[in-house]
Write a protein that binds this ligand. Structure first.
Ligand code: FNR
Length: 372
């Protein structure tokens, strides 16, 4: 199936211009942390195979959350993009995806407070918007553990973190990606600044909605300065509670963020629907409400994610709630998901126990339809 367009019917198979890239279909592979690196967080040949299996001509994959600096780790085994070895490893992944005519963006990530002293340089406390304890588990070199207590970033340190995102953007370009996505969702560093359950700052990065959105906009500005807006996306999870997150007025907060992001003429805003909590669907059958709301505010493309099936994804595009739909768990279990959707073929079931870490089992050994 290499390098030929997969033809299907329905809105998901209508071509689309997404910023600087021309897509043949609207089925996006969601960013999925799989923790398969084994040495120094360098992408390896197993990861090349995994991404290559899931690449399609004119299709977009968003590579898993990738750490921008040594302080950004929260899932041991997740890849990095801050050394030349990281760049060399990713280059093989992007080369394999491009050989199949696919596009691949890199999701830039900093875990913030969702980390552990075992993963921090010198065993230091993880950094966050404010020192707000939480009980979420993180994956350390010695297994899943509750996150360590974190400290608040000093205002004088913020420029350095933005610089880390800038450098990671440059390295992603050297690695051959087609663009970058900021991980502003699911309770990690950017989200910790956005939501007032975790942002208790009294300086110019805390308090008002305008102040809490400042860090997001400064990081996006750094990414856009490297790539241009048409090769940058932002992922947000309005009303998301994963990572023990909360906000007193999420509608106002995320409306303001979406409105301010318009200035960058981004390729897309990627919205995780609040009906999923991380990777668990909490409310079945709920319409994509966050995408519906922000669609009215954000001027460029919308990718919607969280709990979609082929029918509901087509509906979301038909209704105008989204332009593209990202699939997570179905892409894990179906290397040929796009073909299966195009031809109405049944899907493999996913195995949750092999989502995070391990070897090729539950990673590259899910069968293609022809092999069944
Ligand atoms: C995720 N998700 C996720 N989100 C993100 O922004 N960056 C990431 O690295 C990850 N990692 C990740 C790993 C695994 C194993 C799962 C299952 C999920 C969330 C993911 O992108 C998606 O939003 C959810 O899985 C919901 O979509 P589905 O699975 O209902 O299509």
């Amino acid at each position: 199936m290499s390098n030929t367009t997969i033809k299907g019917s329905g809105p998901l198979f209508n071509p689309l211009q997404l910023g600087a890239i021309s897509l043949d279909h609207r089925i996006v592979m969601a960013p999925l942390t799989r923790m398969r690196t084994v040495k120094d967080f360098i992408p390896n040949d197993l990861m090349v195979e995994y991404y290559s299996q899931r690449a399609t001509k004119g299709g977009l994959q968003i590579a898993e959350a990738t750490v921008v600096s040594e302080t950004g780790h929260g899932y041991y085994g997740a890849p990095g993009i801050y050394t030349t070895e990281h760049v060399a490893g990713w280059k093989k992944v992007t080369g394999a995806v491009h050989a199949k005519g696919g596009y691949i963006f890199l999701q830039l990530f900093h875990a913030g407070r969702a980390s552990h002293t075992e993963m921090q340089p010198g065993g230091a406390h993880p950094i966050g918007a404010s020192a707000v304890p939480h009980n979420n588990v993180v994956y350390t070199p010695t297994g899943w553990k509750p996150a360590s207590p974190n400290r608040a970033l000093e205002i004088s340190e913020i420029a350095g973190v933005i610089q880390d995102f800038y450098r990671a953007s440059e390295l992603a370009k050297q690695a051959g990606f087609d663009g970058v996505e900021l991980h502003g969702a699911n309770g990690y560093l950017i989200d910790q600044f956005l939501q007032d359950g975790t942002n208790k700052r009294t300086d110019s990065y805390g308090g008002s909605v305008e102040n809490r959105v400042r860090f997001l906009l400064e990081v996006v500005n750094a990414m856009v300065s490297v790539w241009g807006g048409d090769r940058v996306g932002v992922r947000l999870s309005p009303s998301g509670s994963f990572g023990e997150m909360s906000d007193s007025d999420p509608e106002r907060l995320f409306a303001h963020a979406a409105e301010q992001l318009n200035a960058f003429h981004l390729a897309y805003l990627h919205i995780v629907e609040p009906r999923v909590n991380g990777s668990t669907v909490e409310v079945e059958g709920l319409h994509p409400i966050a995408s519906q709301q922000l669609r009215k505010i954000f001027h460029n493309r919308i990718i919607s994610a969280g709990g979609f099936e082929i029918e509901t994804a087509n509906e979301a595009i038909e209704n105008g709630d989204a332009d593209l739909v990202a699939f997570g768990r179905h892409f894990i279990a179906n290397p040929d998901l796009v073909k299966r959707y195009a031809e109405g073929l049944p899907l493999n079931a996913y195995d949750r126990s092999s989502f995070y870490g391990g070897d090729e089992h539950g990673y590259t050994d899910y069968p293609f339809y022809e092999q069944q």
